[in-house]
Design a protein around this ligand. Structure first.
Ligand code: IPM
Ligand code: MG
Length: 378
């Protein structure tokens, strides 16, 4: 029997409910495929912060670093600033473990309903590779009130540290806010390379780079230069560039065109919510924060939906599918496939949660998926 140690951070809102179902399905799958997950639970989230003042600290990072992967629910609670719950937990983990790839499959599963008329599972099946540590997420920002000032900023990454000193003079009565987007050459090239490698591995033929070079040439001409350098190593794969605004249109009009899409952090964030919508909703979209050389983290891409907390209304499928991505990453490819297949079957014949037009409870959908995994392998 194979053994995996998994850090689990259920988080806020509906996070704990959907993570409970993901664990249930992984346990059922492990019994069939001969592996066992040991869960190391971490209480990080708004509640824990309100009680202790703590977010992910060095001690937790050390313990998490010893595990095989992280399974994360969702963070965010109206009582606590997002600087704390997101900045101190999700974004902190992504940057600390240098999970520079955010892999988000946009796949319309059989049984899921896309809002796109005339599109089927054959049309909606591609990957978005989102850069996950740089760009507008560099964390360098602030405000300047009237007068003269030097603004300072620093960002620390595994690849580099960058320090900013910018002089500004702000007219009386005026006030500025700024957020600096930073790309590094190695940071871009490694994620673009991942996209090309993914295309090769999956037998796909085209990589689409996303940017906004027309309006922000300083940062995105640089992105394209990095892209060109990497693309040279992959003569077997064609590539193209799309502006991000155009991508939001083409994902809807011609999703079948896309195979692997690689985007800077913020645009990748935005277009993957759109991707989730065309694959049937946020309740069906998983994501993986990957460090190919290190520790990776798997999460549904939806938020914590605090209004639904504790009601067993949320769809656990995105979290379950995130669990499947985790097992695939750990080498349990058959198990991952079995989970995805079971989700498809439940989507076709089984109970549905509220978001999919049903009234089944979260745990009932989790039970149905777990049962389906068992039934398929009998
Ligand atoms: C996501 C989310 C996060 C992000 C938020 C919660 C910080 O929107 O994973 O897509 O912007 O990356
Ligand atoms: Mg998002």
């Amino acid at each position: 029997m194979r053994h995996y140690t998994i850090s689990v951070i259920p988080g806020d809102g509906i996070g704990p409910e959907v993570i409970a179902e993901a664990k249930k399905v992984l346990e059922a799958t492990g019994r069939v495929f001969d592996f066992r997950c040991e869960w190391i639970e971490f209480p990080f989230g708004a509640e824990h912060y309100l009680a202790t003042g703590k977010v992910v600290d060095d001690e937790a990072l050390r313990r998490i670093a010893e595990t095989d992967a992280i399974l994360l629910g969702a963070l965010g609670d109206p009582r606590v600033s997002e600087r704390v719950t997101l900045g101190g937990i999700v974004l902190k983990l992504r940057t600390y473990f240098d999970q520079y790839v955010n892999l988000r499959p946009v796949k319309l599963l059989r049984g899921a309903d896309t809002p796109l008329r005339d599109k089927t599972a054959a049309d909606i099946n591609f990957y978005v590779v989102r850069e996950n540590t740089e760009d507008l997420y560099s964390g360098v920002g602030g405000r300047v009130r009237e007068g003269e000032a030097t603004i300072h900023g620093a960002m620390h990454r595994r690849l580099y540290s960058a320090y900013f000193d910018v002089s500004v003079r702000v007219e009386p009565q005026e006030e500025l806010a700024y957020q600096i987007g930073v790309l590094s050459r190695r940071g871009c090239e490694r994620v673009i390379r991942y996209a090309f490698e993914l295309a090769r591995r999956k037998g796909l033929k085209r990589v689409t780079g996303v940017d906004k070079v027309n309006a922000m040439p300083d940062i995105y001409e640089f992105w394209r230069e990095c892209f060109e350098r990497v693309a040279r190593d992959y003569p077997d794969i064609e590539y193209e560039y799309n502006l991000v605004d155009a991508v939001t249109m083409w994902f809807i009009r011609r999703p079948e065109h896309y195979q692997v899409v690689v985007a800077p952090n913020l645009f990748g964030d935005i277009i993957t919510d759109l991707g989730a919508a065309i694959q049937g909703g946020m309740g069906l979209a998983p994501g993986a924060n990957i460090n190919p050389e290190g520790l990776s983290m798997f999460e549904p891409i939806h938020g914590s939906a605090p209004r639904y907390k504790g009601q067993q209304k949320a769809n656990p499928m995105a979290a379950v599918l995130a669990g499947a991505m985790m097992m695939e990453h750990l080498g349990e490819v058959d198990a991952a496939q079995a989970i995805e297949q079971a989700v498809e079957q439940v989507l076709q014949y089984g109970p549905r949660t509220y978001d999919l037009g049903g009234n089944a409870l979260t745990y009932q959908v989790g039970d149905a998926i777990a049962e389906q995994v068992r039934a398929n392998t009998k």
